[in-house]
Every structure is written in structure tokens, then in C-alpha cells.
Design a protein around this ligand. Structure first.
Ligand code: IMP
Ligand code: MG
Length: 174
């Protein structure tokens, strides 16, 4: 039941929970246990995903966030990516896992990855909850993807439309 707010549920609460737990296990298995892992969430869209994902990762880790703004209140990307908040955390010598809510045009990731690479992390990987698979090849493909997204505008579980709907526990199309 999509409730009064949305048209169709694309991914249910149960589907999301299962997938996020599986991703957490894959990430846990990927990294050597002895070295620090920095999970870097891209705000605001990834805030719920990061909160659930880190609780499924069985490794010592730190959490920080980045703000890169590429959308106004519309549903079409402007192509302009601004870094609004930059983590103070030093990336050098750390395994850095960038967490994105959804990859659409790939613009955000293509601009951000080179910036983060310059800070010489031990490794830099990308984890995305959703991937629309419509972008040209990314500078770095996501190593972990939750779901391939349908070609619709999605909201919920952190994703917004004009700042609304982030609180929905499922992912839905408007
Ligand atoms: P990209 O730079 O075009 O890949 O877009 C990435 C950002 O656009 C994501 O982090 C989202 O904040 C936003 N975005 C793209 N598609 C959607 C969508 O379907 N729903 C909500 N936000 C979206
Ligand atoms: Mg957004």
C-alpha cells in the first residue's frame, strides 16, 4: 500500500532491509579488518541508507558526511555540482567508502571522485543504494549497488522531491 503520498512502491521496507544487510556483509568481507574504514555519506540523500548500512558492517569504522548539491527544487539535473560541506577528516592512509543515494546522470560522482582521490586515500570505493544505469561510464563505477532503479523519479528512504518524502520508509515513484 503506497499510502496517500505516492503512486507506486518501487522497493518495500522488507526488500530494502534484506538488500542493505547483504551489502553490509559484502563490504565487511571486502576490507581487511585491521585498517581504518571511513564511510563518507553524501548528504542529504544518503542519511538513512548510511545509518542502516553501517549497522550491517562488522568492521571498525568512522562515519562522516559530504554535501554536494546538484539539484535545485526541480527533478532535472543542472550539471553543476557544488561542495557545500567538506569533511575535516583526513583521508590519507584510510580506506574510504563513498555512499551515494542514487546515481542518475553520474555528474555528482564524476566531479567528486577526482577531488577525493587527490587526498590520497588508501582506497576509494563507491556504494550506491540505487543506480539508474543511464549515465555514460563513470570515472569510477560503484563496487556495490543496492538496486537498479526504474527510469522514474524516486522518493523515500532519504530521497526527496523538493525536500519532501525523505522520511518514507520505502522507495516509491511519484
Ligand atoms: P547525478 O549527479 O545526476 O548522478 O544525480 C545524483 C543526485 O541527484 C542524487 O544524489 C540525488 O540526490 C539526485 N537524484 C537523482 N535522481 C533522483 C531521483 O529519482 N529521486 C530523487 N533524487 C534523485
Ligand atoms: Mg536530492
Amino acid at each position: 500500500m503506497a499510502g496517500r503520498l505516492v503512486r507506486r512502491i518501487a522497493f518495500s521496507v522488507e526488500e530494502i532491509a534484506l538488500r542493505v544487510a547483504a551489502m553490509g556483509r559484502e563490504i565487511t568481507d571486502h576490507y581487511p579488518p585491521g585498517q581504518p574504514l571511513l564511510v563518507l555519506g553524501l548528504l542529504k540523500g544518503s542519511f538513512i541508507f548510511v545509518a542502516d548500512l553501517v549497522r550491517e558492517i562488522d568492521l571498525p569504522l568512522h562515519v562522516d558526511f559530504l554535501v554536494a548539491s546538484s539539484y535545485g527544487n526541480g527533478t532535472v539535473t543542472s550539471g553543476d555540482v557544488r561542495l557545500v560541506y567538506d569533511p575535516e577528516a583526513d583521508l590519507s592512509g584510510k580506506h574510504v567508502l563513498l555512499v551515494e543515494d542514487i546515481i542518475d546522470s553520474g555528474n555528482t560522482i564524476n566531479r567528486l571522485m577526482p577531488l577525493l582521490d587527490k587526498r590520497r586515500p588508501l582506497s576509494l570505493e563507491l556504494c550506491a543504494l540505487l543506480h539508474k544505469r543511464i549515465s555514460p561510464p563513470l570515472v569510477r563505477e560503484a563496487r556495490w549497488v543496492g538496486f537498479d532503479a526504474p527510469p522514474e523519479f524516486l522518493v523515500g528512504y532519504g530521497l526527496d522531491h523538493a525536500e519532501n518524502f525523505r522520511h518514507l520508509p520505502y522507495i516509491a515513484s511519484l
